[in-house]
Design a protein around this ligand. Structure first.
Ligand code: ADP
Ligand code: MG
Length: 403
């Protein structure tokens, strides 16, 4: 059983919270940075607010990017602390260190209800070390100053890292509100989903997602395949794909999946028309062609209008939908219509819809769609894929062990 934050004694106690504050940063004027999408910070607020309101001394552990085990000013969490304070409506003290005397001193000086954010935990090579002893060493430094640990960084629960798994072994622990919501949503689609159950897969890499399709074949009714990965499926059926994304080495696995789907009576719906161009550019010359007629020298970069209509139709009667991966290169205007069309069909559907995958969630926000129209928009791309593959995630398993 995994404890919830309500089970923890927090009043007057130092509570470490692993949050996922890994937001996209953009360089702005005079060497400053701006946060281009604060979705993950907003998703972290309820747990921090609940703990602070109960008089906990909240110490947030988080990472930003991949700093390679050393300090990197461009990846400091300092600007994130400022945005977190705005969203939380409480001061957030930023401590520019991950461990050591500066951290010890800051934690000793805390009052009940205070919130402190430590520097990017990945500045310390022990955070992501392959050595369990090194990770445990960093975790022990944190645990020495703390009374409890709350795991709320859903985006990292598939990782074996000091601030995710090791620290949880040293303190009474619980899941935060975000992790609880993520788990409940994935449980709902993985166990006994309402039918028809339809999965929409897209994005760039077949190799990332074939295991998900394989695991879901046992429970879904229909799988719609769009995005870059569709071309390996089309190729596997013998069609020419021009210069579209193609993972040759996955062709046999795709054929095996297609055969298994047929044997199990799972319908696999592929694009029937595609938007093609020679280059990925705002001003590219664009054509719509049948999916079996992509000329040499052209790339398929979005699903076509007929496919949007067919996919929308295939979603119309669904009662459970999982969507992972955009239908095209939605970041570039001429190739965004397919993703927009499918997202609109999902938003309008009464089905319980789980959106997994960083880029799919970003697409929903970038396209200006109402997030409230979706059942659940996951904050974790890798973690959500691993759950859908049926794997046990180390950052969740470790919470079960705390009795
Ligand atoms: P998610 O993060 O939602 O799981 P992925 O990371 O798998 O999605 O894929 C997202 C990327 O796939 C986007 O950057 C998008 O531009 C790209 N993509 C989608 N369709 C195509 C395509 N037809 N050709 C090339 N890239 C594509
Ligand atoms: Mg992605």
């Amino acid at each position: 059983m995994i404890h919830s934050i309500g089970d923890l004694q927090v009043q007057g106690r130092v509570v470490l919270v692993r949050s996922d504050l890994n937001v996209p940063l953009r360089a702005a004027a005079e060497g400053s940075v701006s946060i281009s999408d604060d979705g993950r910070i907003r998703a972290s607020v309820p747990t921090l607010e609940a703990l602070a309101a109960r008089g906990a001394r909240v110490v947030v552990l988080a990472h930003l990017g991949r700093p390679k085990g050393q300090g990197d000013p461009a990846l400091s969490l300092s600007p994130v602390a400022a945005r977190l304070a705005d969203l939380l409506g409480r001061p957030v003290r930023f401590v520019p260190a991950v461990s050591g005397p500066e951290v010890a001193q800051a934690l000793e000086g805390m009052s009940d209800g205070d919130v402190v954010l430590l520097e990017n935990v990945r500045f310390d090579p022990r955070e992501t070390s392959k050595s369990d002893a090194e990770r445990a060493d960093l975790a022990a430094e944190w645990a020495a100053h703390a009374d409890a640990f709350v795991s709320d960084g859903f985006g990292v629960v598939h990782r074996e890292q000091a601030s995710v798994t090791n620290v949880a072994r040293l303190l009474p622990c619980a899941e935060g509100l975000l992790v609880a919501r993520e788990r409940a949503s994935f449980d709902r689609v993985l166990r006994d989903p309402a039918r028809p159950y339809v999965v929409v897969m897209g994005g760039s890499k077949v190799s990332d997602k074939l295991a998900v399709i394989g695991n879901l074949l046992g429970s879904v009714d229909r799988i719609l395949v769009g995005g870059g990965m569709a071309f390996t499926f089309l190729r596997a059926q013998g069609y020419p794909v021009g210069d579209s994304l193609l993972e040759e080495e996955m062709l046999d696995s795709v054929r095996a999946i297609l055969a298994e789907a047929e044997a199990r009576g799972v319908e696999i719906v592929l694009p029937s028309d595609v938007v093609i161009a020679r280059d990925i550019a705002d001003d590219a010359e664009v054509r719509v062609v049948p999916a079996d007629a992509i000329p040499d020298g052209w790339k398929g970069l979005d699903i076509g209008p007929e496919t949007v209509a067919r996919f929308s139709q295939a979603l119309a009667d669904a009662r459970t939908v999982v969507w992972n991966g955009p239908m095209g290169v939605f970041e570039v205007a001429p190739f965004a219509s397919g993703t927009l069309g499918v997202a609109r069909a999902l938003a309008a559907s009464p089905a319980f819809t789980v959106v997994g995958g960083g880029d799919s969630a970003a697409a929903i926000r970038q396209l200006g769609l109402d997030e409230g129209a979706f059942g659940h928009i996951s904050t974790g791309g890798g973690a959500s894929l691993e759950l859908l593959e049926g794997r046990t995630l180390p950052g969740l398993a470790v919470l079960e062990g705390d009795s």
